[in-house]
Design a protein around this ligand. Structure first.
Ligand code: IMP
Ligand code: MG
Length: 174
């Protein structure tokens, strides 16, 4: 693995837990009766598991896995679906749960394909956002923290599949 090292903690476990509880309450307020959460694997698995445990009432879950095309069509943001949903979205109140919105291309693509499945409403929750990196204007209704353009790991986010297990968000430096 390249020579990178963890430097400071950007967001502590405590800060994250408090913010996740607030987001859970906001989502529940907006979708009080029906709620279907769709987590984008792998990065969102920790955020989803904390989010869902802060929620009262009925909530169902599904997962999708995506990957960017290797010989990058990065300007289109088209992603390869590695795992599609188990069930349809017709008439459901759906919230996409994602770890981070960077350029916004991945989320724009996902929102387009999920909207075509006719949910009653479609919203998006991201733990992190890097607004200075945005290439497309994507709507994200719930944002945990807006951060600078630095590479972060932990709390589900990886570098070369490592560091997902950190309970906090840390900066990775060269
Ligand atoms: P984008 O918004 O389409 O550019 O891509 C967002 C995806 O890039 C996220 O789902 C992450 O997988 C990845 N990503 C972007 N910034 C970071 C970071 O700082 N750490 C780890 N993954 C990142
Ligand atoms: Mg991701």
């Amino acid at each position: 693995m390249p020579e990178l090292r963890l430097s400071e903690i950007l967001l502590s476990q405590d800060q994250i837990q408090k913010r996740v509880a607030e987001i859970a309450a906001e989502i529940r307020r907006d979708c009080p009766d029906d709620l279907h959460l769709i987590a984008v694997l792998k990065g969102a698995f920790v955020f989803l598991s904390d989010l869902v445990r802060q929620m009262q009432g009925h909530v169902s879950l599904d997962f999708m896995a995506v990957s960017s095309y290797a010989n990058s069509t990065s300007s289109s943001g088209e992603v390869r679906l590695l795992k599609d949903l188990d069930s349809g979205l017709d008439g459901r109140h759906v919230v996409i749960v994602e770890d981070i919105v960077d350029t916004g291309l991945t989320l724009t693509y996902l929102q387009d394909i999920l909207r075509a499945r006719n949910p009653k409403s479609l919203r998006t929750a991201c733990l992190l956002s890097k607004p200075s990196r945005r290439k497309v204007n994507v709507s994200v209704e719930y944002i945990g923290f807006s951060i600078e353009d630095r590479f972060v790991v932990g709390y589900g986010l990886d570098y070369a599949e490592q560091y997902r297990n950190l309970p906090h968000i840390a900066l990775l430096e060269q």
